[in-house]
Ligand binder design. Structure first.
Ligand SMILES: N[C@@H](CCC(=O)N[C@@H](CS)C(=O)NCC(=O)O)C(=O)O
Length: 339
């Protein structure tokens, strides 16, 4: 949608407590794409009027048009700006990065939401701090009133997004698996596909950087994964960082295999069950994995995620498929991608 306003820079409507906002801000900073960040509630109202689905972040382009949804936004920025690309140059790595980006955005996000909104002893604290971010002024009374309203709304959504008491063990397991995949590897190799950050690294970072903010997450995550938590503070601003994609003699980070195992064990079963429920018109999705269960409502958006991954898989070259198929098979990801 066009707008009369013209800016020389991108405007990112975003906030600190939004994982996808932090993902986009980190990509813009790393890529050195000139932008400003608009993080007040009053700014968002304008941004939300200009997009179909009112979710954060929203990016206003220099020509005055607006878009949101971080995954396609990152790809669009790749088309518009050269240099410091975040999509791995190897076709096989680019596919794995897209898969891991999806896992972070759609599955790790449920752990993030649970840590934030499903521990009742902490939600008032979080609501107030997010209201402070949104208002940044106006006084304590106003912040605490707004914080209470925000907390109430977000806690009510726990049921909808699957962050229930019954799902908590599974959602804590997902967070532990991701931290367990990254922590032993980050000190030697901070990124997944070489010494350079990819869309997958930024997506993981978006969710994980929230674990540095929320009371329920801080202590256990710092204890289990101190380097990964510290890594988040670096990834917030990699504007001065230089790295390279791996060479032919270097392998991907061992974290990639561990993340693919999680995708094979639980994320693909969830995506398949979700798509089946959508097709059958059923109101429940239920999976079991690694001794844990997850049950929730189906989502059309995640149905489209599976379709997009399958399309990307179907578009791979013969050479890429020869290399990737045994890897995907090994980690339990192949069957869901082949249709
Ligand atoms: N797929 C979107 C997801 C964006 C999203 O869910 N944003 C959250 C905040 S992090 C949101 O705005 N939720 C709606 C709400 O809070 O009303 C993306 O990658 O950008």
């Amino acid at each position: 949608m066009m707008n009369q306003h013209r800016h020389s820079r991108y405007q990112l409507y975003a906030h600190i407590g939004s994982p996808y906002s932090m993902k986009m801000r980190a990509v813009l900073r790393y890529r050195r794409i000139p932008h400003v960040v608009r993080d007040r509630l009053t700014d968002w109202a304008k941004a939300f009027q200009n997009v179909k689905v009112p979710v954060m972040p929203v990016l206003e382009y220099p020509d005055g048009s607006f878009q949101n949804d971080s995954t396609p936004l990152i790809l669009d920025l790749e088309r518009r700006h050269s240099g410091r690309s975040v999509i791995p140059d190897r076709e096989t790595d680019a596919f794995l990065a897209a898969l891991i980006e999806d896992l972070a955005d759609e599955w790790l996000s449920k752990s993030m939401y649970t840590y934030r909104w499903a521990f009742p002893e902490h939600t008032l604290w979080t609501g107030r701090l997010i209201a402070f971010d949104q208002l940044f002024g106006g006084g304590r009374v106003e912040i605490e009133r707004a914080g209470h309203d925000f907390e109430t709304r977000q806690v009510e959504r726990n049921q909808l997004v699957g962050c229930t008491e019954a799902n908590r063990p599974m959602l804590m397991h997902i967070a532990d698996r991701v931290l367990g995949a990254l922590e032993p590897n980050i000190p030697a190799q901070p990124f997944l596909f070489g010494s350079r950050p990819s869309n997958a690294d930024f997506a993981l970072f978006g969710q994980l950087c929230q674990f540095t903010l929320d009371l329920a997450a801080i202590a256990p995550c710092q204890e289990k994964a101190p380097y990964t938590m510290r890594w988040c503070h670096h990834v917030h601003d990699l504007s001065g960082y230089e790295g390279a994609w791996r060479t032919d003699v270097e392998s991907v980070s061992p974290a990639v295999g561990a993340l693919l195992d999680l995708a094979g064990d639980a994320y693909f079963p969830f995506l398949l069950a979700n798509s089946e429920a959508l097709e059958a018109g059923s109101e429940r999705v239920r999976i079991e994995a690694n001794g844990f269960a997850y049950e929730g409502a189906p989502f059309k958006y995640q149905g489209r995620c599976l379709d997009a991954l399958r399309r990307q898989y179907a578009d791979l070259s013969e050479g890429a498929l020869r290399q990737l198929n045994p890897v995907l098979e090994n980690h339990g990801c192949l069957a869901a991608l082949r249709v």
